[in-house]
Design a protein around this ligand. Structure first.
Ligand code: IPM
Ligand code: MG
Length: 358
């Protein structure tokens, strides 16, 4: 059966980078036997401008019907004046929670060609390959109650709830342990169990589920230490698993170790392997519309989609090899540019990947 993919370019650089990723999809469909069809729809600020909401029911339904979703990025200063409930980011959060995409995989891999683009010394990061498994549909992002209220004395206070049920921790634990089994079999669970009861439970459940994976070495680390270790000696990690908010922060940190957040794809998976795939970077409004953005994270998101949702390992390898080839050839967008390399635009990078796929 032809696989159906919903493509949601979004805002800012979203349409430019997704445009290059769909060129890659087109090539795989036309020349490499990929049995897939995709359609595009509005999401985020661009949907808000058109329909007054960042995600329409119709698009949500399309996402439900699709076998997977490819997303660019959402958000921008233009929409920051509006209330949180209709901000572009809300579309992302709603897609994640409505589709139950609780398992977020954020690999931080340093391409050897980019070692000099990292903000850390090359010897600290060369060969870096860390996978952050972030819980994506719970924790403080979604906990109730939440809001801004006025106290009896007239002062306002903002509040959110950091909550995880055992079953939510169990299912993300299984995702992380299974991922570790396919790698170096080392899992570091990140929490703040010295202060927060919710993560005391997190640690307890991780330890219990760990007994089902005796081959995996499980360690625990407080989040502040984990942030420090990531910039001190990042190669000590194989797989890290953590909650929604800590994962948000640590994955940006890990991304930067690889030279550019513009290189990193992500997968957000439900219990059945359906996923939403997106670069981990944002909509970069400062360079939007200038044909400058790095499309490689989005192109690599396509490869994650082929691997994790469609079992197309060979085609996924093909994309990853093509990306490695263009880096070998010296092509660099501005974010990963270093002296002596060939500075290219978004579309030129797309051209180079397509040529390398041939
Ligand atoms: C991410 C982003 C999102 C998040 C924002 C855009 C809502 O930072 O995917 O990491 O916080 O999850
Ligand atoms: Mg983030």
């Amino acid at each position: 059966m032809t696989k159906k993919v919903l493509v949601l370019p979004g805002d800012g650089i979203g349409p430019e980078i997704v445009g290059q990723a769909t060129r890659v999809l087109d090539a795989l469909i036309a020349d490499h036997g990929l049995d897939m069809a995709y359609e595009s729809a509005l999401v985020g600020g661009s949907s808000f401008d058109e329909h007054g909401v960042p995600l329409t029911d119709e698009v949500l339904e399309k996402a439900r019907q699709a076998d997977s979703v490819l997303l660019g990025a959402v958000g921008g200063p233009k929409w920051e004046q509006f209330e949180i409930a209709v901000r572009p980011e809300k579309a992302l959060l709603k897609l994640r929670s409505e589709l139950e995409l609780f398992g977020n995989l954020r690999p931080a891999i340093l391409y050897p060609q980019l070692a000099s683009a990292s903000s850390l010394k090359p010897e600290l990061v060369s060969g870096l390959d860390v996978l952050i498994v972030r819980e994506l549909t719970g924790g403080i992002y979604f906990g109730q109650p939440r809001g801004i209220r006025t106290k009896d004395n007239g002062e306002r206070e903002g509040f959110n709830t950091y909550v995880y049920s055992e079953s939510e921790i169990e299912r993300i634990a299984h995702v992380a342990f299974r991922a570790a089994m396919l790698r170096d079999k080392r899992l570091c669970s990140v929490d703040k169990a010295n202060v927060l009861e919710v993560t005391e439970l997190w640690r307890e459940v991780m330890t219990r589920i760990g007994k089902e994976y005796p081959e995996v070495e499980l360690t625990h680390m407080y989040v502040d230490n984990a942030a420090m270790q990531l910039v001190r000696a990042p190669k000590q990690f194989d797989v890290m698993v953590t909650g929604n908010m800590f994962g948000d922060i640590l994955s940006d940190c890990a991304a930067m170790l690889t030279g550019s957040i513009g290189m990193l794809p992500s997968a957000s998976l439900d219990a059945n392997g359906k996923g939403m795939y997106e670069p981990i970077h944002g909509s970069a409004p400062d360079i939007a519309g200038q044909n400058k953005a790095n499309p490689l994270a989005t192109i690599l998101s396509v490869s994650m989609m082929l691997r994790h949702s469609f079992g197309e390992e060979a085609l996924a390898d093909k994309i990853e090899n093509a990306v490695s080839t263009v880096l070998d050839q010296g092509y660099r967008t501005g974010d990963i540019y270093t002296d002596g390399m060939k500075l290219v635009s978004t579309t030129e990078m797309g051209d180079a990947v397509l040529a390398a796929l041939k």
